[in-house]
Ligand binder design. Sequence first.
Ligand code: PCA
Length: 323
Amino acid sequence: MFKRIALYAGLGLAFSSAAMAQTKWDLPSAYPASNFHVENLTQFVKEVDELSGGKLKITLHNNASLYKAPEIKRAVQGNQAQIGEILLTNFANEAPIYELDGLPFLATGYDASFKLYQAQKPYLEKKFESQGMMMLYAVAWPPQGIFANKDIKQISDMKGLKWRAYSPVTAKIAEIVGAQPVTVQQAELAQALATGVIDSYMSSGSTGYDTKTYEYIKKFYDTQAWLPKNAILVNKKAFDALDADTQAALKKAGAQAEERGWKVSREKNEWYKEQLKANGMEIIQPTVELKEGLSVVGKRMLDDWLKKAGPEGEAIIAAYKKQ
Ligand code: PCA
């Protein structure tokens, strides 16, 4: 009798541990806990846990604590991290498709950016697939403006600025306007400001807020030049190793995070600017001259992009303009 109970108990344990087989994934992100992308990821991780019935446990490592921004893509590709967040335009030198949403004045508001995303998406998916990954979702940062102490009325006023770049495109803008680009990722931005390595940069109110840029820079020119996207990548082998229900749970949580992320980005855009203002920053509408100067820069960069991207690039731009 006693033996039988022990046997049943043993079987029960075996069954429940098989049913509860848990997969653990690491998710590196380069942005801090206060960032809306990371808040969204925190919610995503929770929903994956719930929807998968506890079978997929994802650990979020924020603020570049596990990998630095430029390393995350390779970490996911090599399955050192099974899932990770990247800034697409950071990888512009690898393939033109990654650069597209980082180009100035191609798509400037949320609606246009979402349309650009729809045109870009199939090509992004194909590219990631060829690299052994899949894109789960992507969300736009708020529109990019210029942080500087200097009065900037036209692009020639940007000459000589010690310009923080976060991507090949932002470095290129500096070169065109005669500023000196230094590539610094967001996790090191506050330090670069504090030590005077840089005195200006182009990014969103979100990054200005996350990095307390208002302690060093007092002006934000709200140029709304482009909305770059963060994408969540999954290693394909790690995905294939999940059972069908868990795969579906992950995809569902991803779709929910994408919808929520775009909404929050849009809503928080104004809030971020209010916070900058409350902390002593002046929010400035760009002059017509500045806007025109920047759009000439944008036009030149789009022409270069079309040359690099060839017929595929033409097709993406045509699909974007048709919507
Ligand atoms: N913030 C990121 C990229 C785009 C943005 O708005 C950064 O400045 O690094």
